[in-house]
Ligand binder design. Sequence first.
Ligand code: SAH
Length: 476
Amino acid sequence: MQHFPLFLDLRGRSVLVVGAGMVAERKIALLRSAGAVVSVVAEAAHPRVLERAQAGEIMLSLGRFEPCRLDGAWLVIAATGDAALNAEVARAADARRLWCNVVDDAGSSSAQVPAIVDRSPVTIAISSAGTAPVIARRLRERIEALLEPAVGALAELAQRKRPLIRVARPDLAARRRFYDWLLDGPVLDALRRGRGRQAEALLDGALASGDTRARGKVLLVGAGPGDPGLLTLRGLRALNEADVVLHDRLVGPEVLALARRDALCIAVGKTPGGDHEATQRRIHALMSSHANQGRCVVRLKGGDPMVYGRGGEELEYLRAHGIDYEVVPGITAALACGAYAGIPLTHRGHADTLTLATAHRHDGARPDDTRTSRTRVYYMGVGGLSGLCERLVREGLDPMMPCALVENGSRPGQRTIHAELGAIADAAVAHGVGSPALLIVGEVAALGQRLAWFGEVLTAQAPGSIEPRAAERVAA
Ligand code: SAH
C-alpha cells in the first residue's frame, strides 16, 4: 500500500490554506464542511474567499507565506498557482512534521485528498496515490451513480438508534443480522420515499417484535427505448438490487446485462397474436409468488411503465394483494424517437399540443380533433399503419401533413422514414419497416429532415417514389 488511508476529525481544529484563488476556494469549502477552523494566507484573494473572510467564516491574512503561519495548524494545504511557493510550504510543513497536501502535485504532498462520495455520515474516499486521478474520478462517478442517496439518512438513523439496538440485540451475530435487515429492507425503502417517520416506526417495530423477515416488493421499472444510456440511475440501482427480473420483449440485451449477475431473468413479453390476457395473468402470478417469498422483483418494461405498458393494471393487482411496490419512470418511446430523429414534439409556431395515442382503437372511439397545432405520436402502429393513416385523413387531417416513422428509436439500427400522411404507409412497406416503430404526425415532423443526427434518414417525395436522402449512418 503506497498510502495509508485515514479519516480526520477536523471539527474545531486549525487548518492552514496557502493561496486564495478558485482552487483554494474549493478546498476551503470542503474543509469548512468538515468543521475545520480555516486560516488562509495569500498575496491576493478571489472575491468568493474575500466574502468568506468578511462573513467571518475564515481568517484571511493578505501577505507572503512565512513558516510561522504554520503555528497551531494540524494540517496544511498549499493551493497557490506558484510551484516554487507550494514546494516551500511543503518543506516548511515537513520540517514541523505537519501533513501537507499540495494541490495537483502528488510528488510534493505528504498527504493526499481523495476523490469523495459523500453520503454523510457515510463517506467513501478513493485514491490512486496520485498516479491516476482520472481513474479515481471515474470510479467516484460509478460509485456515486450506484450508491443510493438514502444511505446517508439510513446511517444517521442507525447512529441515533445504536444504543437501543445494542440493548435489544445484545448478541453480536443477532445485531449484525439486524443491521443487514436495515440495509436491505423496508426501512431504506421508506427513507427513499422521503418517509422518515415511517422508517423510524418500522425500525422500532422490528426491534420490538423481532420480525425482520425480508419483505418482498416489486419495482416497476422503465428501461427506456433501448439505448442503455437512457436508463435512469434509479433504474440501474433497481437492477442491481433485483433477485428476479421480469422483462418485456422490447427490453434489449444491453439493458438486461446491467442486472445483478445472479438475478433470475424471465422473459414475459407478449408476442403479437398471442393470448395477451393469459400472459398478463402469468406476469401477475410470477410477481406475487416471488415477492411473497421475500424477493425483490424488478418488472422491467420498455420505455415508461405507465405509457402503454399496463403499469396501472399491475399496480392495481399488487395493491389488491398487499405487495409493496415502487415505480421508476423511463424515457418513453415518443420522447426518445423525437429526440433521436431531430423532431421537436412541440415547436413555436408549429405545435403547442402533444398527443400520445395508440394505433389500436376501440370501436366507436371519438375522432381526434384535427387542429394543425397538434403533434400526434402513435404507438404500436406498424401492422395497421395504412388503416391508421386512412382514418386520420377521413377524420379531416390534411393528407399532405408531414409524418415521420421512427423504427428502432435510439437503437443501433434506427431508421427514420419521412413522408406525407398520404404516402407514409406505402413508404413503410417499401422499406420493410418492422416493430418497434412509431409514427409522428404533425408539422414538426418535417423538421427532422434538417435536424436529424442519429441513424439513417429516408425521404419519400411523393407517394410511390421513395428516394433515400442523406442516408448517413452515425456511429452508435
Ligand atoms: N411503454 C412503452 C410503450 C410500449 S407499447 C414506452 O413508454 O415507450 C410498444 C410500442 O412502443 C411499439 O409498438 C412502438 O410503437 C413503440 N416503441 C417502443 N420502443 C420503441 C423504439 N425504440 N423505437 C420506436 N418505437 C418504439
